[in-house]
Design a protein around this ligand. Sequence first.
Ligand SMILES: NC(=O)c1ccc[n+]([C@@H]2O[C@H](COP(=O)([O-])OP(=O)(O)OC[C@H]3O[C@@H](n4cnc5c(N)ncnc54)[C@H](OP(=O)(O)O)[C@@H]3O)[C@@H](O)[C@H]2O)c1
Length: 289
Amino acid sequence: MIFREGAFRIFPLTAATAAMEKTMSMSIGCVGCGNMGGAILAGLAASSLDCALYGHTRTAARMAPLEAAGVTRLDSARELARQARYVVLAVKPYQAEAVLAGMAPELGPDKVLISVAAGISIARLQAAVQGRCPVVRCMPNTPALVGKGVFALCFGEGVTEQGRADILRFFAELGVCLELPEARFTAFSALIGAGPAYVFGMMQGLVQAGVTLGLGRRECRDMVAALFEGSAVMAARSETPLMELRDQVCSPGGLTIAGVNVLDRAGLAGLLVDAVLAADRRGREMEDE
Ligand SMILES: NC(=O)c1ccc[n+]([C@@H]2O[C@H](COP(=O)([O-])OP(=O)(O)OC[C@H]3O[C@@H](n4cnc5c(N)ncnc54)[C@H](OP(=O)(O)O)[C@@H]3O)[C@@H](O)[C@H]2O)c1
C-alpha cells in the first residue's frame, strides 16, 4: 500500500503501469542481511514481484534461509553493487559509511542506493557514495519483520520516475509506504518507528488486566493481539472518526463507558501525545550529538 504525505491517500498503480512493472526484469540487492535486510529480502522473495534478488552479509551462514527462498548470495558488497540495479544498505548505522566506501567504485547513475540506516541523512549518503548514484533514505519500523511494516521514503536528487515507481512498488510489498520530506523523518521515528513500543506497552497492560480477572496468560496474549489487529483493520478501512468508533462501543450505562471514563480521567490521549513529543525531542537532540 502506498500513501503520500498530505492527502494520505492510497495511490493504486494503474493496470498498465502494474503490468509493465510486473513483466519488467529488475534486480535488487541487500548489503547486510540481519533483521531488517533479511526481512526485506525474505518479503520480496515471497512477493509476486518479478525481480532478481541478491544478498551479501558478513556472516555467510545467515544467508542460508534466504538462498533457499531464491536469493542469490554474493561474496562482497562490491560485487553486489555491480550486479544489482537497486542496492539496499541494511548494516548498522556506524558501519554504513565504511561499507559504502567499498562499494562506491561500482555505483553509477544507473543504480539507486536505498539506505535504511537510522539517522544517516541523504547528504551523508551522497557524500559516502561520492555522488556517483542517486540515493533514497528509508525508515522502516519493526513490524517490517513480519511483512507489516510502515516505511517512510525520501528520494534524493536524480531518482528517475521509473526508479521511484519501482522502489514504491518494492516497499508496498512489505507493508505500507509513504513519501515524506527528510525533515519529517524524526517525527516519523517518534511516532511510527517508536510506535511498536507504545503499542506493546498498551498490550501488556491489557494482558495484565485479563490475568488479574483470572484468564490464562497465553490466551490473554492471543486475544489482545487479535483485538489490536481487528481494531486496526476497522480503523484503517473506515472514514468514521476514531472518537465515533469509540463511542459506538460505549452503550449508555454499559460496562465499556465505565472503563473509558477511567482512561479519560487518567488522560490516555494526552499521555500518548507527551510520549511522542518526548521521543521527537530526544531524536532532535541525537541529531546534534
Ligand atoms: N531492526 C529494526 O527494526 C530497524 C528499524 C529501523 C531501521 N533499522 C536499520 O536497519 C539497519 C540494520 O539493522 P538490523 O536491526 O537489521 O541489524 P542487524 O540484525 O545487526 O543486521 C546488520 C547486518 O549487517 C551485517 N554486516 C555488518 N557489517 C557488514 C559488512 N561490512 N558487510 C556486509 N554485511 C555486514 C551483519 O552481519 P553479521 O551477521 O556478521 O553481524 C548483519 O547481518 C540499521 O542501520 C538500522 O538503523 C532497523
